[in-house]
Design a protein around this ligand. Structure first.
Ligand SMILES: [Zn+2]
Length: 474
């Protein structure tokens, strides 16, 4: 490859605090427009902001999860610009003294591990949302003042695949940390991508373009791939590149120019005189560190070492913290039968979640109920196929597995005299199949087995039926 692309990401993450960053208005993206607003988040003159301590804690905890150095002194600054969704005509952000500095995140692309370095994380406010209706435009200030973390990487990535892997890994950390809802469709995570290309071996970076405000990781991947190609073509044909901001047009699959890039001094940053400097103590930071949740890698190791799960299962389960939590609850309810719990979660549960686009916490089947269902199989009250039917009932109607089994009369038949009479009847009714089996056709046994299961309405203990059949046909 003659050219090396260089990519840096700025990711805006909405924190999942109950209230906004400077006022007591509720954070609620699903509410009717302008129903969670007050003079502070509407930017009325004379209103005074008060910092939400939860937002500081969540930002610092994110910093700790990413190995950042926490600034014991940090402050907020005003970034001046005019835009209808920003009624104060400035955004409160952090300029030269952010909450978190440094840090890193490990990613893996095609089996190759690498580290993406973090430059900083700062805490700012989200702006309102403009909507363009027919013949008019409206602004919804419900979103204005939602606490927003901006996580800035170093220009460490060199392909669209690396950018994608970074975002995926970052989202997992944010979910594990419980700091954001991480709902991409709702715009909880939005990304600016800085890209340039230079000849391999060049000491300087090429002219960079910034692609603004993308809210799907797939979009980032496609946009970066497009932009890399566009810049290489420009370099090769001698077309000058300008430093600019570009927009990703998803339906056309291309980036287009929005404006040439402003330099930082255009924003006229200055310390916000209405907000105090934030001072944290080591003790406070230590307390927040002690309060951090278990991270994916630690959880994966624990699942393998303490619960005895195969590496593969552990990797699948920890990929989503809700799934991992659900699995652990199922396992506890199933008296610690981790392998069965893992099999159920990785097959039936994850299939339903992906079909319905749900998170594990929204599933109709409680972890407690699934654990009880596993116990019924372990105790041989149910065979596997009947257990799946009980699961289907739980999924549609909820309820208790014991009650469903009793109600439907689905308990497995393990009584040998009852099974013997089924077996005898099937052998009597299928003399030619019996002949085939005795003549060496192994598949004939499966057919007879199926007939016995049919006669028992699926309730026969399959292992006992097989033994009985073999015994009788020997
Ligand atoms: Zn407010």
């Amino acid at each position: 490859m003659k050219y090396l692309p260089t990519i840096g990401l700025e990711t805006h993450v909405q924190l999942n605090t109950r209230t906004k960053i400077w006022c007591g208005c509720k954070v609620d993206s699903s509410a009717e427009p302008n129903t969670h607003v007050c003079p502070v988040c509407m930017g009325y003159p004379g209103s005074l902001p008060v910092l939400n301590a939860e937002a500081v804690r969540k930002t610092v905890q994110t910093g700790l999860l990413l190995g950042c150095k926490i600034g014991l002194r940090s402050k907020h600054d005003r970034k001046s610009y005019f835009y209808p969704d920003m009624p104060k005509n400035y955004q409160i952000t952090q300029y030269d003294e952010p909450l978190c500095l440094g840090g890193s995140l490990d990613i893996e692309v095609n089996g190759v591990k690498k580290t993406v370095h973090i430059n900083r994380i700062h805490l700012e406010e989200d702006v309102g949302k403009s909507t363009h209706l027919r013949g008019t435009s409206g602004v919804d200030y419900n979103r204005a003042g939602t606490p927003l973390m901006e996580i800035v990487t170093e220009a460490d990535m060199h392909s669209e695949d690396e950018a994608f892997a970074y975002l995926t890994a970052l989202k997992r950390i944010l979910q594990y940390g419980g700091v954001s809802h991480c709902n991409l469709e709702q715009g909880n995570i939005r990304c600016d991508v800085n890209i340039s290309v230079a000849e391999v071996g060049s000491k300087t970076l090429g002219t960079k373009a910034e692609i603004k405000n993308m809210n799907t990781f797939r979009g980032v991947h496609r946009a970066a791939a497009y932009e890399i190609k566009r810049q290489i073509r420009a370099v090769e044909t001698g077309t000058p590149l300008v430093q600019e901001t570009r927009r990703w047009e998803d339906d056309q699959g291309m980036t287009t120019s929005m404006r040439s890039k402003e330099d930082a001094h255009d924003y006229r940053y200055f310390p916000d005189p209405d907000l105090a400097v934030i001072t944290l103590t080591e003790a406070q930071v230590d307390a927040w560190r002690a309060d951090l949740p278990e991270l994916p890698e630690a959880k994966r190791l624990r699942f393998v070492e303490e619960l005895g799960l195969p590496e593969y299962d552990a990797g699948v389960l920890v990929a989503d913290v809700e799934v991992a939590d659900y699995f652990e609850a199922v396992c506890a309810s199933a008296n610690g039968n981790a392998k069965s719990a893992s099999n159920w979660v990785m097959t039936e549960v994850m299939r339903v979640l992906s079909e319905r686009g749900q998170g594990a916490s929204e599933l109709n089947v409680s972890a407690d109920a699934l654990g009880k269902l596993i116990l019924l199989v372990d105790k041989k009250v149910l065979n596997n196929s009947k257990a799946k039917e009980v699961f289907a009932v739980l999924l549609e109607e909820g309820g208790d597995p014991d009650a469903i089994v009793k109600d439907k009369g689905w308990a497995q038949v393990s009584d040998s005299s009852a099974l013997e009479s089924f077996v005898n009847q099937v052998i009597e009714e299928n003399p030619s199949v019996v002949e085939d089996y005795r003549g060496g056709k192994g598949a004939a046994l499966q057919f007879l087995m199926g007939q016995v299961m049919r006669l028992s309405k699926g309730k026969a203990n399959p292992k006992m039926v097989l033994e009985l059949l073999k015994e009788r046909l020997a």
